[in-house]
Design a binder for this molecule. Structure first.
Ligand code: MLT
Ligand code: ZN
Length: 460
C-alpha cells in the first residue's frame, strides 16, 4: 500500500497534500542544492494526530521529514527521496503563558516572532533572535538549537527550553522536564532532542523561558583594519559595557548588502572589517563610558571609523548592514559554511582560512560575516555564473575537505547553529569522534527503532 493510503487509514482526519506546488514548497528549506521530491505533505493538527501518524509510519517503514518554517540552511528539512513531510503549519496554538514561571508553552509550529511579541506584550523578553525569526518555527529552532545575534548575552535556544513534548518513533508522547527549573531525577532527555534535527522524534510542544525586558540600548558600527584590532576592540568594549551583540562582516559583505538594498556605505573610506555591537545603555553615564571606550580604541589605532546610534530608528538602520547580508547573497547561491571555534582561536583560524582560500580557490568570491563574539563565523562561497550548480557544489566539497580539516585541527565545529542536515553530513566525523557518532547512532535506534525519522540527515 502506498504511504498516503496507509496514513489515511491510520488517521482519517489527517490533512494530506500531494499538490505539486505544495510538494515543491514544503519539500525543501532555504538550501538550494537538492531538488524536492516528497511523496506527500501531511499537516497534523494535534499531538494525538502526530502519535497516530508516526505509529502507522513506523509499522509501514514510511520515512518522515519534519518541517517547520523551512528556513534551514543545511538541508535538514529537505525531502528529496520520496519521504513524507510532516509540516507543523497547523499546530500554531499558544497553549499557556505563565507569568510566575515566566514561561510560554506553544505548539511546534508557532513562529519565533510570535513568541517574541507575546513576551513583549507581557512585559518580558524572548531573546533568541535572528534574521529569519519572522518565519522560522519554534519546533525547528529547538531541533537545530538555533542561535542568532544575542547568544553572547542570552545563550542559545537550548538555554531557553524548560520543557518539551516529543513523539518518539514508537508513537509515544514524552513530556520532558515539564517546565521545571530544577530536576535532578536522572537523564535529561529534553537535551537529547535539542539539536537532534528531527532524527530522534517529532517535537510537538515546547515550554520556553522568558527573561526581563532588555534595558535601553545603543549600537556601535565600527570600521576596523585588522583582526588583531577587532579582538582588541572586543576586549575593550566588553570590559567597559554589557554587550548583547558583537558581530562582524567584511568589506565584501558590505558591498553586497549595500548593493541589494540601495544602502550607502556607512563610512567615507572603505574598511576591511566592520563590527556592529549592541550594548545596554540605561543612562547618560553608560553612554559616556561607551564614548570614552570608543576614544581609547581610536587612540590605540584600532578603529578606522565609527558611529554610535542616536535613536531606536538608527539602531534599526545600522542593523540592516548586518541582518541584510544573508538575503543579499542568496541569489548566487552561496555555499554556506557555519564554523565555530573558541573565541581565543578566532584570529589564528581566520588567518589560516584566509591563506587557504587564496591558495585553493582564488577564483571564488568568499564572503565572511557572523557572530564573532561567540566564535561563530559564517563563510559563504559565492557561485560564479559560469559554473552549473552541480559543478559548484563539487568544487565546494573539495574546499570543505580542507576547511573542515583546518576546523578540526583548531578544535572547532563544522556547524555552530545551522545544523549538519544533509549538506554537512559527510563531514560529521571532522567534528565528532567515531565513538561519539557510534553512541549517537545507538541513541537514535532506541528512540527511532524503525529508522523513519529524517533518514540521511545528521548521522551516517
Ligand atoms: C546569519 O547569521 O545571518 C544567519 O545565520 C544566516 C546566514 O548565515 O546566512
Ligand atoms: Zn548566523
Amino acid at each position: 500500500m502506498d504511504a498516503v493510503k496507509t496514513l489515511k487509514i491510520a488517521c482519517p482526519e489527517l490533512k494530506i497534500s500531494t499538490e505539486p506546488a505544495v510538494l515543491e514548497s514544503h519539500g525543501q528549506d532555504w538550501t538550494r542544492f537538492r531538488s524536492p521530491a516528497p511523496a506527500a505533505i501531511v499537516f497534523p493538527e494535534s499531538a494525538g494526530q502526530v502519535c497516530r501518524l508516526v505509529e502507522a509510519a513506523s509499522d509501514a517503514g514510511i520515512p518522515l521529514v519534519p518541517s517547520g518554517g523551512r528556513t534551514g540552511l543545511s538541508g535538514g528539512a529537505v525531502a528529496a527521496r520520496g519521504e513524507v513531510v510532516v509540516s507543523f503549519d497547523r499546530m500554531r496554538k499558544v497553549l499557556d503563558f505563565n507569568p510566575v514561571d515566566r514561561t510560554v508553552t506553544v505548539e511546534a509550529g508557532v513562529v519565533t516572532a510570535t513568541v517574541q511579541e507575546l513576551a513583549r506584550q507581557n512585559g518580558l523578553y524572548y531573546p533568541v533572535s535572528f534574521a529569519s525569526e519572522g518565519s522560522s518555527q519554534v519546533g525547528g529552532n529547538v531541533a537545530t538549537n538555533a542561535g542568532g545575534i544575542r547568544v553572547l548575552k542570552y545563550g542559545l535556544t537550548r538555554d531557553r527550553v524548560a520543557g518539551l513534548k516529543v513523539v518518539t518513533g514508537r508513537g509515544e508522547l514524552l513530556d520532558l522536564n515539564r517546565g521545571l527549573v530544577k530536576n535532578a531525577s536522572g537523564y535529561d532527555l529534553r537535551h537529547l532532542f535539542i539539536a537532534s534535527e528531527g532524527t530522534l522524534g517529532l517535537i510537538v510542544e515546547a515550554t520556553l523561558k522568558l527573561v526581563d525586558p532588555p534595558l535601553p540600548s545603543k549600537v556601535l558600527l565600527l570600521g576596523i583594519d585588522s583582526m588583531d584590532s577587532l579582538m582588541n576592540v572586543f576586549d575593550a568594549l566588553r570590559t567597559s559595557l554589557e554587550l548583547s551583540a558583537f558581530e562582524f562582516f567584511t568589506d565584501r559583505a558590505l558591498h553586497h548588502v549595500c548593493e541589494a538594498n540601495g544602502l550607502a556605505s556607512p563610512f567615507e573610506t572603505p574598511c576591511p572589517l566592520y563590527v556592529i555591537s549592541e550594548f545596554d545603555c540605561p543612562d547618560q553615564r553608560v553612554e559616556e563610558m561607551a564614548m570614552e571606550c570608543f576614544e581609547r580604541c581610536a587612540e590605540q589605532g584600532w578603529l578606522l571609523d565609527g558611529v554610535i546610534s542616536q535613536s531606536d530608528r538608527q539602531i534599526e538602520e545600522l542593523w540592516r548592514y548586518r541582518e541584510g547580508i544573508s538575503e543579499s547573497i542568496s541569489h548566487f547561491p552561496p555555499y554556506k559554511n557555519d564554523l565555530s571555534v573558541k573565541v581565543s582561536d578566532v584570529p589564528g583560524f581566520l588567518e589560516r582560512m584566509d591563506r587557504l582560500m587564496k591558495e585553493i580557490c582564488p577564483d571564488f568570491e568568499v564572503v565572511w560575516y557572523g557572530h564573532i563574539g561567540d566564535g561563530n563565523l559564517h563563510m559563504n562561497i559565492l557561485k560564479p555564473a559560469s559554473l552549473s550548480l552541480a559543478e559548484f557544489e563539487s568544487r565546494s566539497h573539495e574546499i570543505s575537505e580542507k576547511t573542515y580539516a583546518l576546523t578540526e585541527e583548531t578544535g572547532g565545529s563544522i556547524s555552530a547553529e545551522h545544523g549538519i542536515g544533509i549538506l554537512k553530513q559527510p563531514w560529521l566525523a571532522r567534528t565528532r569522534s567515531q565513538a561519539e557518532i557510534a553512541f549517537m547512532q545507538r541513541i537514535k535506534s532506541v528512540f527511532d527503532p524503525a529508522g523513519i525519522f529524517n533518514p540521511g540527515k545528521l548521522l551516517p
